[in-house]
Design a protein around this ligand. Structure first.
Ligand code: PSU
Ligand code: MN
Length: 335
């Protein structure tokens, strides 16, 4: 039957990982390196659609309690659309795939006291048994380790403005170049240099597709003035694209950019002037490194009096809706 064949293909996927390394199996001390929730584990073993979700957006991207409320609503949207949500974070040093309500709440309350965890931070957070909120790069790594091919977020990191001098380029972009996970986002914010972000993704060999548009979206608005190399119009189009990338084992990730729904797009001028102010403040205060993005996100939220937060939440939910439909279409193709 269809479900038996999907279950055996999921098992063979897992066993092909486990031949060398299975992070969810206990090691010689009887401790699993990674904890997968029962719901996610079951879904993976029968080939059901799973959507990975990041946690820096919870800890550093939104204030409490809006962050918790949004995280729960996003998970509910994924379920309503036939997929299983797998929020990813490191708790007490253990990477967790799929969080309980209590774990979500803990992370949301920790907020910026959780460590923002990108690829370079993972070993440190695990070794010190810390609590790590995973960025796009770290979430992609763990999703791939357990066999989840699709991940939904709001916005990804990119090349910062003046990045050609500061070399501040998010590790999200190099991760997209080396880890075969498809990331659904609303593009990148104009706190970043959007044309250079797209140039860098091209260099990294990342397929960038835009959903129902020819233009790369700029998070709060549909337009960035930059064209994308690839357009997709349906969840099936997206699933075929992801499937081709996986079948050919290209090894690279993929970025599917879904524009913010028109009715939620923030007033361009209001947001744009807040972004300019936040960028100036960050320069004046010499805020650099991994503190730059959280600072800019928080300041833009404050300066727009919550308008940008409302848009942010609306677009994340829309991405979850589209992403779940893609995950379901993909699980049908790959049965
Ligand atoms: N951009 C957003 N919202 C976010 C982030 C970026 O619009 O929440 C978060 C994501 O977790 C992303 C990270 O992976 O910031 C990038 O940080 P950096 O620029 O330091 O690489
Ligand atoms: Mn950076």
């Amino acid at each position: 039957s269809a479900s038996a064949s999907s279950s055996s293909s999921a098992l063979s996927r897992l066993s092909s990982i486990s031949r060398h390394f299975n992070p969810s199996h206990p090691n010689k001390d009887g401790v699993a390196l990674i904890k997968i929730s029962p719901e996610v584990s079951e879904a993976l073993s029968i080939g059901r659609a799973v959507v990975a979700l990041e946690s820096t957006i919870i800890s550093h991207g939104m204030p409490y309690p809006k962050n918790l409320e949004t995280a729960k609503e996003v998970e509910a949207i994924v379920r309503e659309n036939g997929a299983v949500p797998a929020t990813i974070a490191i708790l007490d040093g253990t990477p967790c795939i799929g969080l309980t309500i209590e774990e979500l709440e803990r992370l949301a309350r920790l907020g910026p006291r959780a460590q923002k965890t990108a690829r370079r931070d993972i070993a440190h957070v695990v070794a010190t048994r810390g609590n790590g909120a995973t960025t796009v790069s770290a979430t992609m790594i763990f999703a791939h380790m357990v066999g989840i091919p699709l991940f939904v977020t709001g916005g990804i990191g990119g090349v910062h403005q003046h990045g050609e001098h500061t070399m501040d380029i998010s590790s999200d972009l190099t991760e997209l170049g080396r880890t075969p996970v498809a990331v659904i986002s609303a593009g990148v914010k104009s706190i970043l240099d959007i044309p250079r972000t797209l140039e860098y993704l091209e260099t990294q060999g990342v397929c960038v597709a835009a959903y129902k548009t020819n233009e790369f979206p700029a998070f709060f608005t549909e337009a960035s003035g930059c064209k994308v190399p690839c357009r997709v119009d349906t969840p099936d189009d997206c699933a075929r694209l992801i499937d081709a990338n996986l079948k050919l084992e290209l090894g690279t990730g993929m970025l599917i950019a879904v524009p913010i729904p028109k009715e939620h797009s923030a007033s361009g001028n209001l947001i744009e002037s807040a972004i300019q102010t936040a960028l100036r403040e960050a320069r004046d205060k010499n805020i650099t490194g991994n503190a730059a993005t959280p600072f800019l996100l928080a300041r833009v939220n404050e300066l727009t009096g919550g308008a940008s937060l409302a848009s942010n939440i609306a677009l994340v939910k829309n991405n979850a809706l589209v992403g779940s439909k893609i995950a379901v279409a993909l699980s049908q193709i790959r049965e």
